[in-house]
Ligand binder design. Structure first.
Ligand code: AMP
Ligand code: MG
Length: 325
């Protein structure tokens, strides 16, 4: 059941009262709080188990509200906002005084975006303020792309869940540092580099030219419970069968080029050849293989262009070294 007007009114009331609302966006579900309510923002960090130094994205209802939340907005930033909002693009800008430091992890910059989802936009309009929202999952784990994912992972930590059905894009927003001369990608996501460069009419900067701290420094992020190993596409089947022989409950991400090839494994997912479909399904696939009891997932990287860049980034993080407990 998707959310109705009454649910949106209820959710706006929950935000006003200092509560947390799970909000569907086109990328993933967010865990939203009133940006200007320090106690509510503190609860977001606590419910996620996220270190308070990891800043949150501020969601606003339209590009015209940018002046309330950011200062020194460059021409390039304005151009990107006009072109890609509402949409899966987050701009990092100098914060205005309206943005509390609790939201930015103490930084003088703020990450802002206008989500492209009717329910998120209706909530922002009804609430009137900004909504600070990270992905509605435990820190480090796979982002939720359905309301069911949010409920099973965060349970009573969320005061109200707006159900908007499955997310269209399925991976997080592209984060662009727009504080300097040359806009620079901090995290690949739902808007491709190619599209950003076409609108800017010039190449984007590379990470090392960015003046702001790169987000998500932790090598392991977006990770399922199962260990993920990445191999060349042509080696996926052999690696998976070896892991099975060694006694692993093995899950396989079968590349589209091997779609009809039989493979012995505990669970097999055939990767869609369309990158948009793959991005939409990626986190659901990882959750499914966890649910089926896999302890190891063998996968390969897609070509790193277009949305393939964001998918490869998430798979690398999923395969990153885990913190020892
Ligand atoms: P999440 O909400 O979990 O998808 O993560 C949001 C991302 O935005 C995190 O990786 C943050 O580190 C990043 N972010 C938020 N604010 C800033 C900022 N001011 N500068 C750089 N990155 C930011
Ligand atoms: Mg996240």
């Amino acid at each position: 059941m998707t959310a109705q007007t009454t649910d949106i009114n209820t959710a706006a009331g929950v935000l006003r009262a200092g509560g947390l609302v799970a909000v569907p966006t086109e990328t993933v579900y967010g865990l939203g709080a009133n940006v200007e309510d320090a106690a509510a923002v503190a609860r977001v960090f606590q419910v996620k188990g996220r270190p308070p130094s990891h800043p949150l994205i501020v969601h606003i209802g339209g590009a015209e509200q940018l002046v309330d939340w950011a200062e020194d907005v460059s021409e390039a930033a304005r151009l990107l906002a006009e072109h890609f909002w509402p949409g899966p693009l987050t701009l990092v800008l100098r914060r205005s005084r309206r943005v509390p430091l609790e939201v930015t992890g103490g930084l003088q910059t703020v990450a802002v975006r206008v989500p492209d989802h009717p329910i998120a936009l209706a909530l922002l309009a009804g609430f009137g303020g900004g909504i600070a929202a990270p992905s509605a999952n435990r820190f480090g784990s796979v982002s939720p792309t359905t309301a069911h994912h949010v409920r099973t992972e965060l349970g009573p930590g969320v005061d109200f869940v707006l159900d908007g059905g499955p997310c269209e894009v399925g991976v997080e927003s592209t984060i662009v540092d727009a504080t300097g001369e040359i806009p620079t990608i901090l995290r690949p996501g739902g808007v491709t580099c190619e599209d950003l460069e076409a609108v800017l009419g010039r190449p984007l900067g590379v990470d090392s030219t960015s003046r702001v701290r790169v987000p998500g420094q932790h090598p392991s992020h977006y990770a399922p419970r199962a260990r993920v190993i990445l191999v060349e596409p042509e080696n996926v089947i052999a690696e998976a069968e070896l892991a099975l022989e060694r006694g692993h409950q093995t899950g396989v991400f079968l590349p589209p080029s091997l779609a009809d090839v039989p493979v012995k494994a505990h669970a097999v997912v055939t990767v869609p050849s369309s990158m948009a479909a793959y991005a939409r399904e990626l986190y659901g696939f990882l959750r499914d293989l966890d649910q089926q009891g896999c302890d190891l997932i063998v996968a390969s990287l897609p070509p790193e262009q277009g949305l393939g860049l964001a998918i490869a980034n998430r798979l690398r993080r999923a395969a990153g070294p885990r913190p020892s407990h």
